[in-house]
Design a protein around this ligand. Structure first.
Ligand code: APR
Ligand code: PHB
Length: 390
C-alpha cells in the first residue's frame, strides 16, 4: 500500500490534517489504534479560539459548529468576594466558541467518510520505519495480519502516549516538563449551565470552573489532589464542594443533577523539540501538553495543523517547495511556547498550591488584584485567551 502522507492518530490533529490535505488533492491514510466509538467516547475540552473556528470553516466542517456552537464574548473570574467579567469582545474584538472536542472530532470523521478517505481503526503496534533513509513506511497489525504503508511523509498525530515522539533519536529529542501537584475532577450533567458564560474561581479550598457543552449540558470542574480516588467522590459530595467554592449567587442558582460522566485529569506542561525529524512531523498532543486552565490544547493542535498542511501543500502543489517544511518546527514552537506560558500563568494564578509559601501566595494575590484593577492586564489575558495569531 502507498500514500503521500501517513497519519498516525485519528484525534482532532490527524483528522483535521487529513481533511485539509484532501481539499488540496493530497492523499493520506490514517492509522488509529482504538475503535471509532472509543475515540468518540472521550470527553475533552470545549473552547475554540477564533483561529480554530476559521480553520474548521476553511476545512469545510463547520456547519454544525456554526449552528450549535455557543459564541462567548467574555467570561468571569472570581476571587474572594470579588467577581469580574473579562470582556473579550471589548478588549480584543474577538470571541471564543464553546463547542465540544467530541463534536469537532465527529464532524471531522463524517467529512473523512464523505471524502472516502482511508482510516484504519484498531491498527495495532504501529511502527515507523525508514526515517534515516528518507523513505518512510508505517507497519502495523490488523486482525492478526501484518500491514505496510509506504509514504513520502509521516504525521505523528498520536497524542502524548503515542509512538511518534519516541521515534525521534535520543540525541535529537529534547523535552521540557512541569507536572502540577493537583488534578481536575470534572463532571458532565444534563442540567442548565449556572451561567451564560464560563466562571473561573480561585478559592482558598481550590480552583473551580463552571463550563458547558450546550444550553442543557453542563461541565464543572474542581481542583483535587493529583492522587484523588474517584470512587470517594459521590455526586452529592461533588456538588457540595463545588457550591462551597462558587460565588454565593451561583451556588444558590446552580441546577444539580446526576453526573453522566465523572473523571480526574492530571495537569502537566510539556514541550518536545524539535517537532520535525527528517520526514516525520509531530503535531498536537504528540508534541506538547498544556494544563487545561487556558483551554489551549485543542487550539494548539489546530495551529500545528495549519502550519503542517500549509507546508505539505507547498511541497506537493508548488513544485517541491521545502522552505515551509524546513521552518515547520520553529513556526509551531514559537506559538506553542506562548500558549505554554499563558496556560502556566493562568494555572499558577488560579490554583491552590499545597506547598505554597507566603511569598507565593502574596504574588498570586497581587496577580489577581492587578487583573481586577487594570484594563491593560485584562487585555493581555484576553488576547491570549482568544488566541494569538497563527
Ligand atoms: N498508533 C495509532 N494511534 C495511536 C497510537 C498509536 N501508537 N497512540 C495513540 N494513538 C491515537 C489515540 O488513540 C488518539 O485517538 O492517536 C490519537 C491522538 O489523539 P489526541 O490524544 O486527541 O491528540 P490530538 O489529536 O493531538 O488532539 C489534541 O486532544 O487530548 C486532547 O487536550 C488535548 O484537546 C487536545 C487534543
Ligand atoms: C471545558 O469546557 O471543558 C473547559 C473550558 C475552559 C477551560 C477548560 C475546560 O479553560
Amino acid at each position: 500500500m502507498r500514500t503521500q502522507v501517513g497519519i498516525i492518530g485519528s484525534g482532532p490533529s490527524g483528522l483535521l490534517l487529513a481533511q485539509l490535505l484532501h481539499l488540496q488533492g493530497i492523499d493520506s491514510v490514517i492509522l488509529e489504534r482504538r475503535s471509532r466509538d472509543y475515540v468518540l467516547g472521550r470527553i475533552r475540552a470545549g473552547v475554540l479560539e477564533q483561529g480554530t473556528v476559521e480553520l474548521l470553516r476553511a476545512a469545510g466542517v463547520s456547519d454544525r459548529m456554526d449552528r450549535e456552537g455557543l459564541v462567548h464574548g467574555g467570561f468571569d473570574i472570581c476571587f474572594g468576594d470579588r467577581r469580574m467579567r473579562v470582556d473579550l469582545k471589548e478588549l480584543t474584538g474577538k470571541a471564543v466558541t464553546v463547542y465540544g472536542q467530541t463534536e469537532v472530532t465527529k464532524d471531522l470523521m463524517d467529512a473523512r467518510a464523505a471524502a472516502g478517505g482511508a482510516v484504519v481503526y484498531e491498527a495495532e503496534n504501529v511502527r515507523i520505519e525508514g526515517l534515516d533513509e528518507d523513505r518512510p513506511a508505517l507497519t502495523w497489525v490488523k486482525d492478526g495480519a501484518a500491514e505496510r504503508l509506504e509514504c513520502d511523509f509521516v504525521a505523528g498525530c498520536d497524542g502524548f502516549r503515542g509512538v511518534s515522539r519516541q521515534s525521534l533519536p535520543d540525541a535529537v529529542l529534547k523535552t521540557h516538563e512541569r507536572v502540577y501537584p493537583f488534578g481536575w475532577l470534572g463532571i458532565l450533567s444534563e442540567t442548565k449551565p449556572v451561567s451564560d458564560e464560563l466562571i473561573y474561581v480561585n478559592h482558598w479550598r481550590g480552583f473551580a470552573l463552571c463550563s458547558m457543552r450546550s444550553p442543557t449540558l453542563s461541565r464543572y470542574y474542581i481542583q483535587c489532589a493529583f492522587d484523588e480516588d474517584l470512587e470517594e467522590w459521590t455526586d452529592d459530595r461533588f456538588w457540595d464542594e463545588l457550591r462551597v467554592r462558587l460565588p454565593s449567587a451561583a451556588a444558590e442558582a446552580i441546577e444539580m443533577g446526576p453526573s453522566i460522566e465523572k473523571s480526574i485529569a492530571p495537569l502537566r506542561s510539556f514541550v518536545a523539540e524539535p517537532m520535525r525529524h527528517r520526514r516525520l512531523f509531530l503535531a498536537g498532543d504528540a508534541a506538547h501538553i498544556v494544563p487545561p486552565t487556558g483551554a489551549k490544547g485543542l487550539n494548539l493542535a489546530a495551529s500545528d495543523i495549519h502550519y503542517l498542511s500549509r507546508a505539505l501543500t507547498a511541497y506537493y502543489n508548488q513544485g517541491g517547495r521545502e522552505d515551509l517544511i524546513d521552518s515547520y518546527s520553529d513556526d509551531c514552537l514559537r506559538r506553542v511556547w506562548k500558549a505554554e506560558r499563558f496556560s502556566w500563568w493562568m494555572t499558577t494564578m488560579l490554583h491552590k498550591f499545597p506547598d505554597q509559601s507566603s511569598f507565593d501566595r502574596g504574588i498570586q494575590l497581587a496577580e489577581l488584584d492587578y487583573l481586577f484593577d487594570s484594563e491593560a492586564a485584562r487585555a493581555a489575558l484576553a488576547e491570549n485567551y482568544v488566541g494569538l495569531p497563527f
